[in-house]
Write a protein that binds this ligand. Structure first.
Ligand code: SAM
Length: 323
């Protein structure tokens, strides 16, 4: 098991397979994706070597993310490759819902266990204002199709935005009550590129949590190694509500995740200063070279991020690494 100097263990890898994104979410890529580097994304062989190395270190869950992972034509092959890696029990995907209905059956057949679909509003005009296009119907259809395809865990990611969807939370919560999914509110995070937007739109997830408790939602006890998300259930609801609140006290104390970028760099924190190149350590004759490099890099993991002080490290936007 991978342990860092603080004694935290890491069972969860978030693997970005592209930083290319086709949406213009105003908190992430308001001007659209601009490629400022050579697009040298991890190949299938490199992904296989990296996932095997993390699995040998005790990682059992991999989330495939981006950019928009559905833009990679070999996504089904990547899902199958990760799923068939000895030691990996669970393969999840985070997507903006692009062509979800079209592909969900093949992703499921490839072994996809869980999916997070980003959807910031149930109002088409609000979606247009936030993500730069109006395809709400297709996203909602995709979510229903994921449930019908037998994906065991369907989550909907909604970024809390004071000037946009904050007035519509009740509508979102009522929708989630009747669906077999978890609606997960994500607190807006500051990045190098969204400072003014952040100041105008950040809402504390703690506040929303308090409102839920007074409406009869009950916080679910989660396993110690379940990571920093909080979850709530309600006796009259099929769905659950979750929170990712990176500004809350002790958020980093339960960190259980590591990130690899689509360019093959290990990021010890979403808001760290640097990524560590893994490619030079991939060696098919001697896999222990990569294993040892990962162990060594982990000794550099810091106690906490410094988001509270407005410091977001080298992260210009979350599409770079997949959130
Ligand atoms: N393209 C995929 C998608 O839209 O889900 C995967 C990548 S996207 C960066 C992953 C998640 O990060 C999405 O749910 C998105 O809404 C969220 N996100 C992006 N920028 C964010 C920010 N500054 N604060 C909080 N969440 C953010």
């Amino acid at each position: 098991m991978l342990l860092d100097p603080q004694g935290r263990s890491f069972s969860y890898l978030r693997l970005s397979i592209t930083d290319l994104c086709n949406y213009r979410c105003n908190y992430c890529l308001p001007d659209g994706f601009k490629c400022d580097h050579k697009a040298h994304y991890l190949s299938l062989d490199e992904i296989a070597a990296i996932v095997k190395a993390f699995a040998r270190h005790g990682v059992n869950k991999v989330r495939i993310t981006g950019g928009e992972p559905a833009l990679r034509r070999d996504l089904s092959e990547i899902i199958a490759l990760v799923k068939n890696t000895p030691g990996i029990d669970k393969v999840a995907l985070t997507t903006n819902g692009y062509q979800l209905s079209r592909h969900i059956k093949s992703w499921r057949s490839a072994g996809l266990d869980a999916i997070n679909v980003s959807c910031d509003s149930l109002d088409p005009r609000m979606m247009q204002a936030i993500i730069g296009r109006n395809n709400l119907d297709a996203i909602l259809q995709g979510i229903d199709d994921a449930i019908s395809a037998g994906i065991k865990q369907v989550k909907v990611n909604t970024v809390l935005l004071k000037q946009h969807n904050y007035q519509q939370l009740e509508q979102l919560i009522n929708w989630a009550k009747s669906k077999p999914l978890t609606l997960r509110f994500i607190e807006l995070m500051q990045t190098a590129d969204n400072g003014d937007y952040f100041n105008a739109n950040h809402v504390s997830a703690e506040e929303v949590g308090k409102g839920l408790l007074s409406d009869g939602w009950v916080e679910t006890l989660r396993a110690k190694n379940a990571g920093p998300a909080r979850e709530f259930s309600h006796s009259e609801a099929i769905g659950k509500i979750g929170f990712i609140a990176p500004y809350s006290k002790d958020f980093c104390a339960t960190c259980n995740r590591l990130r690899v970028s689509s360019q093959g760099k290990l990021h010890l924190c979403l808001f760290g200063d640097t990524g560590y190149e893994l490619r030079p350590f991939i060696n098919s004759d001697d896999p222990t070279i990569l294993d040892n490099a990962i162990s060594q890099f982990l000794t550099y993991k810091a106690d906490s991020h410094f988001l509270h002080q407005g410091y977001s490290g080298a992260t210009t936007d979350l599409a770079m690494l997949g959130g």
